[in-house]
Design a protein around this ligand. Structure first.
Ligand SMILES: Cc1cc2nc3c(=O)[nH]c(=O)nc-3n(C[C@H](O)[C@H](O)[C@H](O)COP(=O)(O)OP(=O)(O)OC[C@H]3O[C@@H](n4cnc5c(N)ncnc54)[C@H](O)[C@@H]3O)c2cc1C
Length: 385
């Protein structure tokens, strides 16, 4: 494809997604936040647009689009409703992506087609009650039972639990083996012994589903193993290197929405006889927010380019996720300040954006974990100087 036809396609997809979000996603976002209703109908329509199999090749029923297009879609959707953005990004980047990159031809054919069509949502089970940032210390065990593997343990904070059918799930043969004991499995949520707890009552992203999942003697066929035995932790790390870019894009989308709310409010609200915008302190705050958003976008673009080249891109992904999520929290806080007391009211969209933004510095690795990832590569660099 030539550059201009690539650009044309990118812009066509952006216009389509933006107009869909304006008509179908943004209008119900505040109500869904209040009711915590899961937006099954909107998601079904998004499935028909191909938004659940963005990377999946066309021959497997997907949209066959590239990383830049994926990040743009997540940003557009997050700008309209961050809850829907996380439902989409989890299916695409932590479920479809590892199956596409580490799955056998049979696994790709069996799982990616329904995921890409949007008929089935996906999820990722890494975190456990006692294993969050230190994911390699997970305790969910698997044992070889001849013709099957049997999984036992508890998974915490699982996005799409209760609504998704296909999960990539990490379990260990023996916790004393550390990261080397971990394997990845493709888990059908309707298997006997998969018990989804009641949904978490969250501060934000309230119309996305998150729950604890107990795995009580779950038998999965030998063909459920993703990649090789013992490869599970490196599959998880490679997946997170990739999916963190989606969280950075989600943070960008939320920040963009907050910026729009702040601009509108600063234009319309008058104090001391003039619009807020004409007070230099407010105008300068808006200028800083704008610069912050642009800087995050530049880092995300750089990381997306690194991810499109062969080799690891952990440092670039961690930098983009760290900066974009911290930036998002700065921008929503500034937008609340510009709204004054009204920013504290549920009548204004900025109140929801402020809550939705908060988790971006926490999930798919906290900001502290991103700094650990970046500083590890810096240590290697320091040794080589
Ligand atoms: C809404 C939501 C959805 C999620 N979805 C999923 C999902 O779909 N699948 C999944 O597997 N997980 C999911 N998670 C889990 C998420 O990835 C974890 O919450 C996150 O990795 C942090 O783990 P933790 O909550 O156990 O915090 P902890 O690891 O207990 O950390 C607590 C605090 O200590 C800090 N800390 C920990 N270790 C260090 C250290 N070595 N140095 C400095 N600081 C440190 C952390 O940065 C944090 O500030 C989700 C979480 C949320 C809130």
């Amino acid at each position: 494809m030539t550059t201009s036809s690539f650009d044309d396609q990118y812009e066509q997809v952006r216009d389509l997604v933006r107009s869909f979000c304006k008509k179908k996603v943004r209008p119900g976002a505040a109500e869904r936040d209040r009711s915590e209703d899961f937006p099954a109908e909107v998601l079904e329509e998004m499935g028909q647009l191909g938004l659940f199999g963005i990377f999946v090749p066309e021959e497997l029923g997907g949209a066959g689009m590239d990383l830049a297009t994926y990040l743009m879609i997540v940003e557009e959707v997050a700008c309209a409703d961050a809850s829907i953005a996380v439902t989409i990004s989890v299916t695409n980047s932590v479920c479809c992506w590892p199956i596409l990159h580490f799955g056998s031809e049979e696994q790709k054919e069996r799982y990616l087609r329904p995921l890409a069509s949007g008929q089935v949502l996906g999820g990722f089970m890494l975190t456990e009650p006692e294993a969050g940032s230190d994911a390699a210390s997970l305790k969910t065990r698997y044992r070889d039972a001849g013709d099957a593997y049997v999984l036992d343990g508890n998974k915490a904070w699982i996005t799409n639990a209760g609504v998704a059918k296909t999960f990539v799930c990490m379990a260990t043969k023996d916790p004393s083996l550390g990261a080397h004991g971990i394997s990845a499995f493709i888990l059908d949520a309707d298997r006997e012994g998969v018990i989804v707890n009641r949904p978490e009552q969250k501060m934000g992203l309230r119309s996305s589903r998150t729950a604890m999942v107990a795995l009580d003697g779950v038998r999965v066929p030998k063909s459920a193993l993703l990649g090789k035995e013992g490869q599970g932790f490196s599959i998880a790390l490679a997946t997170l290197d990739h999916s963190r870019l989606g969280i950075a894009a989600q943070a960008l989308g939320i920040a963009r929405a907050a910026m729009e709310e702040a601009l509108r409010y600063a234009r319309d609200r008058r104090q001391f006889g003039r619009p807020l915008f004409d007070h230099e302190a407010i105008a300068f705050r808006l200028a800083e927010m704008d610069t912050d958003i642009a800087a995050a976008r530049a880092l995300l673009n750089e990381a997306a380019q690194a991810a499109s080249r062969p080799g690891r891109h952990s440092r670039e992904s961690a930098r983009a996720k760290l900066f974009a999520s911290e930036m998002c929290n700065r921008v929503v806080a500034s937008a609340i300040q510009i709204h004054g007391g009204y920013g504290y009211s549920k009548e204004y969209a900025i109140e929801r954006l402020y809550r939705d933004a908060r988790v971006t510095t926490v999930y798919e690795g906290t900001s502290e974990v991103q700094k650990i990832v970046i500083s590890r590569t810096l240590k290697e660099l320091a040794q080589s100087l």
